[in-house]
Ligand binder design. Structure first.
Ligand SMILES: Nc1ncnc2c1ncn2[C@@H]1O[C@H](COP(=O)(O)OP(=O)(O)OP(=O)(O)O)[C@@H](O)[C@H]1O
Ligand SMILES: [Mg+2]
Length: 412
């Protein structure tokens, strides 16, 4: 299952927006307030009617195009559904299915759980695992009930207003994986154990160790054991995402189709780079892809490092504002792996303040002094530059050569 496209008109601060998505990774980026989280929220609105969370207007329409096993569907609300709204309290005039398209069946939101075998999973920007004492095994919902819960919970998950039971899932696996009927869960658990050490940053040695009599999961990190809640924020954030995906696959799909390496569906993550060191931001995309090779990801980010890990057709850039009536977005055909972080910040993400950096100013002053042939001023600005930049900076090497050249000329 993949999300192919999203259409929004007059929802939240958006005019008309049409976005097409890649069936693998999609990184949505743009300035604060441009609407990244709002895009995820609108996709969630397409799947279940929820009067809270968004302001709709006269003329609001929104739908998402989904492909599942070769069949194409459209879910959302077509033109003319809207009646009135006070803050967080929208009312429906009539349930209008989206405008249809040939070869694609259109449905209002509430039909989603009957049609999709795995509804999209939404993971909000807050991914802290708070301490909670687990009493024992808890009964897991059947697939149909789980699917409904995932759909209804989508918006509260984006805004981190409902809890995810990471620890309970771990304890449940501890109790069930040796049972004959839990062969798929056992296979997934082995995949999880083997993958953890590979997904962490270089040398971190992140591993699951055990669950003891006290029902407290223990991990190891940089050679030392620690409890689940003691893991640092970055490891908690990644573990939270990984376990959320395992839990979603195992609880929504029917028996015989629960292998996470084969499961196909869409995971939407707000601000994947939260809490991750730049080195991990560079590698997390590939780590997630290895763990879940058939899952589509729609990810929002502010990280130039994460963007530089994107392949061709994976980056969707949003502008800061929408003065026109209509915008069409699709993933950029380019990849940026050969670009420096500064180049991505400046050229791709539109960060202007880099020009004001002291480094840039001093480099300009040095070159101005070369043009003016003022050796003393050049030496002075060079000393200031040398004090603040990396010793191996290639500009320093060039400037040193120019100073030597000017000194030799002066001596002549
Ligand atoms: N519930 C809502 N109803 C109507 N409009 C909203 C709602 N929530 C947000 N907006 C509008 O959407 C705009 C973008 O907000 P959003 O949270 O999507 O930005 P963002 O790109 O995720 O920003 P950041 O990078 O800071 O997380 C807001 O400035 C506001 O105008
Ligand atoms: Mg946001």
């Amino acid at each position: 299952m993949t999300i192919e496209a999203l259409h929004i008109k007059n929802v939240r601060h958006f005019p008309e927006i049409n976005i097409s998505f890649n069936s693998g990774f999609n990184f949505i980026t743009g300035p604060n307030g441009c609407g990244k989280t709002s895009l995820l929220a609108t996709i969630a609105h397409c799947l279940a009617w929820n009067p809270a969370y968004s302001r709709f207007k006269e003329g609001s329409e929104y739908w998402v195009d989904i492909k599942q096993s070769g069949k194409q569907f459209r879910f959302g609300m077509g033109p003319g559904w809207f009646l009135s709204s006070s803050y967080r309290n929208n009312e429906i005039k009539s349930w209008n299915a989206p405008t249809s398209e040939s070869g694609r069946e259109s449905f209002i939101p509430n039909a989603v759980d009957k049609i999709l075998s795995l509804p999209p999973l939404f993971i909000g920007a807050q991914r802290k695992i708070n301490y909670k004492q687990i009493q024992g095994l808890s009964r897991e919902q059947d697939a149909e009930h789980s699917k409904q819960l995932y759909i209804l919970d989508s918006l509260s998950q984006i805004y981190s207003e409902s809890e995810r039971e990471v620890k309970q899932w771990l304890i449940n696996r501890y109790f069930i994986i040796e049972k004959e009927w839990a062969w798929e869960e056992k296979k997934n658990w082995k995949h999880l154990e083997q993958s953890l050490s590979k997904i962490g940053p270089f040398n971190s040695n992140f591993n699951y160790v055990r669950i003891g009599r006290d029902l407290e999961p223990v991990f190891s990190l940089y050679g030392k054991e620690c409890y689940l809640e003691e893991l640092s924020s970055g490891f908690q954030a990644i573990l939270f995402i990984i376990i959320a995906i395992f839990e979603w696959v195992e609880s929504c799909l029917p028996e015989g189709e629960r292998d996470v390496q084969k499961a196909s569906g869409t995971v939407l993550i707000d601000e994947l780079d939260n809490h991750l060191h730049p080195e991990w931001q560079f590698t997390v995309r590939d780590g997630i892809e290895k763990l879940f090779p058939n899952i589509q990801f729609i990810i929002t980010t502010h990280s130039p490092h994460l963007l530089s890990s994107a392949k061709e057709n994976e980056i969707i850039m949003l502008p800061g504002s929408y003065p026109e009536e209509r915008y069409d977005f699709s993933p950029s055909e380019d990849a940026y792996s050969g670009w420096s972080t500064d180049m991505i910040l400046k050229e791709l993400m539109g960060v202007r303040s880099l020009d004001n950096k002291r480094y840039e100013k001093l480099v300009h002053t040095c070159f101005d002094n070369i043009v003016k042939n003022d050796l003393n001023a050049l030496k002075e600005s060079f000393a200031k530059l040398e004090a603040i930049c990396h010793p191996g900076d290639s500009v320093l090497v060039v400037l040193k050569a120019r100073i030597a050249g000017m000194e030799a000329k002066k001596d002549d």
